[in-house]
Design a protein around this ligand. Structure first.
Ligand code: T46
Length: 133
């Protein structure tokens, strides 16, 4: 499955920590958009879609959540709980996010502007899209 974790270099000193995120450096693409998800209610599951072309890196800046990915053949779940690492989500993966802690702030760095046409929001359509590739 095309999922990889990125570890960010922590520039810490006696005052505390700092992480710098730059396009085509720590994040492997040009960042065109950033969004963040926060105050997700207990028990809520989000996602339930795939992207045709979008590349994203998601980081839990606070708290934790689980992300489950499905490439049409296999599924893989990861726990995001560190601001020192992010998950690189390439196109073509169905995703579900769940088990958000109350304090979870999930920041997502993206390589394109928002485009609803890039979403596949129906699982059967996703399976058909994967088969047709
Ligand atoms: C993803 C996962 C990880 C916008 O208008 N602009 C934006 O940049 C985004 C991200 C969303 N929206 C609108 C679309 C919906 O009307 O905000 C609403 C909530 O979005 P959605 O239901 O898609 O949220 P999630 O949490 O299910 O999915 C989001 C991203 O949309 C998606 O790209 O990969 O987080």
């Amino acid at each position: 499955m095309d999922i990889s974790m990125i570890n960010f270099k922590m520039l810490g000193d006696e005052r505390g920590h700092l992480i710098s995120i730059e396009s085509n450096e720590s994040i492997p693409f040009d960042i065109k958009r950033v969004y963040y998800i926060y105050e997700t209610k207990a028990g809520v599951e989000r996602g339930f879609h795939a992207h045709k072309a979008l590349n994203q890196v998601a980081i839990a800046l606070s708290g934790s959540c689980e992300m489950e990915f499905d490439d049409g053949t296999e599924t893989k779940a990861i726990q995001l709980n560190s601001r020192e690492e992010g998950v690189y989500i390439r196109p073509g993966l169905w995703r579900v996010m769940r088990n958000f802690s109350e304090d979870c702030v999930l920041a997502v760095f993206v390589d394109a502007h928002y485009d609803e046409d890039d979403y596949i929001r129906d699982y059967d359509d996703f399976k058909a899209w994967v088969s047709a590739k």
